[in-house]
Write a protein that binds this ligand. Structure first.
Ligand code: UDP
Length: 386
């Protein structure tokens, strides 16, 4: 039967959602992942020492405004509502809200503004007029002016992307909402939550289907192409082609996991703090402040904390996390060359963040994979003309 069997490479959101949708429609699917766990970068597990739930590849907050995506995933999990709030640690000014809001502006300028009109009037004195908004710097300076841009975005972006704001497209910052009031939620979406029993439990249920055969610790090999009816790959598309057109730029993240005495964490009041000092760390997470599920071990006196240290992904050595879409379009042009070659192959489809070089959030990956599955099955896809 191997000839009819579909191969899905990667058991993260992209691969697992696709596999489940195909299996639900009667297909036989083999899912492989070179890691020893499913869930991709959403994988989580309880910290054995303290009993707190830790997302092993950094905090993953689920948010979407798509009812269809929520309905589909809710077959595999209940949800704990959670509205994400972030603070940036700013030299000499303590913790200020990100995205920048009225309180951020007051904290930064030492003002006591109360209304959107007052905030606008103050920012108007600082805004830089850019006739064309192309780079992330143009975008931020035209809204917030030079000082806020430098402190909140330029340094963080340098650490996060290894590039100046001028080298990044506006889209990297336009992910963040622009605020004129004191609302401090990080996302605008109507649905914001964490899976009640964690992401790993969600993936276990999603992949638990008689039509799905899951093989962990199994890397893709080109010899597998011949023995499957269709192959969906969430692996990096340049790796598939042996990097022969060049290496697609990605950022990797090193996670420095540690423990902090509970007494030292009094000032760490939101789960994730952004560090905007231009040092090697972008984010510090105190896991106990996420809703869990936690099973705290009494009396340890410590809590798990994780620092994120981004760096350029070295092909073949580092896991790839963030595709770098530079303002000059270089990465995208290279991706287009690989994509064109992939389209010329029979029975091969690339999916997910690494397969399609997209800065997807989880809900976007779910929607994209459902679309790919339905097209493969010859079913109508929501939002596409029939
Ligand atoms: N960013 C920043 N300062 C911040 C938060 C975000 O400069 O305090 C910029 C940075 O370039 C980052 C981008 O905005 O990569 C998008 O932020 P987001 O939180 O969406 O990134 P993700 O959660 O995907 O890592």
């Amino acid at each position: 039967m191997a000839g009819d069997e579909i191969l899905v490479v990667g058991a993260g959101f992209a691969g697992a959602v696709l596999a489940r949708e195909l299996a639900d429609h009667g297909r036989t699917v083999r899912v492989i992942d070179r890691r020893d766990a499913s869930g991709g970068n959403a994988h989580d597990s309880l910290d054995p020492r303290t009993g707190y739930m830790v997302h092993r590849y950094g905090p993953h907050i689920f948010h979407t405004s798509s009812g269809a995506v929520v309905d589909w995933l809710s077959r595999f999990t209940a949800w704990t509502p959670y509205r994400h709030r972030v603070r940036a640690l700013v030299d000499g000014r303590g913790l200020l809200p990100v995205p920048i809001n009225l309180d951020t502006v007051n904290g930064f300028f030492g003002t006591t503004l109360r209304t959107a009109a007052e905030m606008d009037a103050l920012l108007a004195q600082h805004r830089v007029a850019h006739p064309v908004i192309r780079t992330a710097r143009d975008y931020a300076e035209s809204i917030y002016g030079r000082d806020l841009t430098e402190l909140f975005f330029a340094r963080y972006t340098r650490t996060m992307w290894g590039r100046e704001l001028d080298a990044m497209p506006a889209s990297v910052l336009s992910r963040l909402p622009v605020r004129r009031d004191s609302r401090d939620g990080y996302f605008e979406d109507s649905f914001q939550a964490l899976p009640e029993q964690g992401y790993s439990a969600l993936f276990r249920r999603m992949l638990d289907h008689p039509g799905i055969r899951l093989e962990l610790g199994t890397a893709f090999a080109h010899a597998m192409l011949a023995s499957h009816g269709h192959v969906f790959l969430s692996m990096p598309i340049d790796e598939f082609f042996g990097y022969d057109e060049g290496v697609l730029p990605y950022r990797a993240v090193r996670f420095r996991d540690g423990y902090a005495p509970v007494g030292d964490l009094a000032g760490h009041t939101v789960p994730t703090i952004n560090l905007t000092d231009g040092g090697p760390v972008t984010r510090r997470t105190r896991w106990s402040l996420y809703p869990g599920p936690h099973h705290p071990v009494p009396g340890t006196g410590v809590e798990p904390v994780t620092d994120e240290l981004p760096g350029e992904a070295r092909p073949g050595e580092d896991e790839r996390f963030y595709p770098v879409h530079a303002a000059d379009g270089g990465g995208e042009a290279l991706y287009r060359r690989y994509h064109a070659r992939a389209q010329a192959l029979q029975g091969v489809t690339f999916i997910g963040r690494c397969g399609t070089f997209r800065y997807f959030d989880m809900h976007q990956v779910v929607a994209a994979s459902l679309g790919v599955a339905r097209r493969h099955l010859g079913l109508p896809v929501a939002g596409e003309a029939g």
